[in-house]
Design a protein around this ligand. Structure first.
Ligand SMILES: [Zn+2]
Length: 79
């Protein structure tokens, strides 16, 4: 029996729109750093966490083949 993972909302937690990009959808994302506003292009199949090149803030992390975007603003780049 399969059960869907529950996403709990903690009070006082970051009010960011976390997005999870499935691994099957390989694409490039343009993520706006919430810290310094720098636009950075990342690949959704990144094997590890992605940090801002300017201020080193973590923009996304990779968990179990999925990319979790930790920025409010990001755009999917279609090729
Ligand atoms: Zn930054």
């Amino acid at each position: 029996m399969l059960s869907k993972p529950k996403i709990s909302r903690k009070k006082g937690f970051f009010k960011m729109a976390y997005r999870i990009i499935p691994e099957t959808k390989s694409r490039f994302l343009k993520i706006k750093c919430p810290g310094c506003g720098n636009d950075q292009i990342v690949f959704s199949k990144a094997s590890s966490g992605i940090k801002c090149l300017v201020c080193s803030k973590e923009l996304a992390s990779s968990t179990g083949g999925k990319l979790i975007v930790k920025a409010k603003e990001f755009k999917e780049l279609s090729s």
